[in-house]
Design a protein around this ligand. Sequence first.
Ligand SMILES: [Fe+2]
Ligand SMILES: [Fe+2]
Length: 217
Amino acid sequence: MMRRTGRLLLLLVAALVVGLLATGSFALAHSNGGDHHRSDQRQRSDGQSSDQKLRRCDQVCREKGYSAWDQQWLMMSIEGDRFEIQGGMLAQHRATTQIVRDLGARLVKDHTKSLEDAIAVAEKLGIDVPKEPSPSQQWELRAVAQFPGRAFDRWYSDLEVQDHVQDITEAQDEVDEGFNKKVKSTAEDDLPVLREHLKLAQAALASVGGNASSSSR
Ligand SMILES: [Fe+2]
Ligand SMILES: [Fe+2]
């Protein structure tokens, strides 16, 4: 009886740890409809109204030639590229299946290109170039790296499905509501690539036994 209780307790602890990792990282980071994990620098208490303000072209925007939203999207996009490159490199070393290693390799290749493009636009406009993924993205990478064996493949693929759903929404927002032409066309160029990545991540997740329906909200 004691042994059985002990084993149940162990399982409960393991489930809690995995549950905490899940809710603490991927689910929490991706489930809110407003601020995104990449936008650590734009956490606000007044939600939508600030978003609308960001997207308006005020006096400063007219002088600089880009809106606060253009700047924010470009910086998030650079952080996102750095996140995808680090995650993709991790997947190439850690994944146990070819499809997940291939996903990682593809993300490294495509996001290296979009990182170069985004940095060129940022430098031209005098926008700061983030040197690292956002703090919550760094946390997500550390969290996913904790999973052993095949669990890594599932969690990494799941993370990439959710991340790309959010990436597509944000790039579309820039296309629809951005002000600066160069920043908007960067987002436009990104969109088909991001959609392709979402498909690849969904295929990888399905192939390693993940539940695609729960992750592609
Ligand atoms: Fe991303
Ligand atoms: Fe991507």
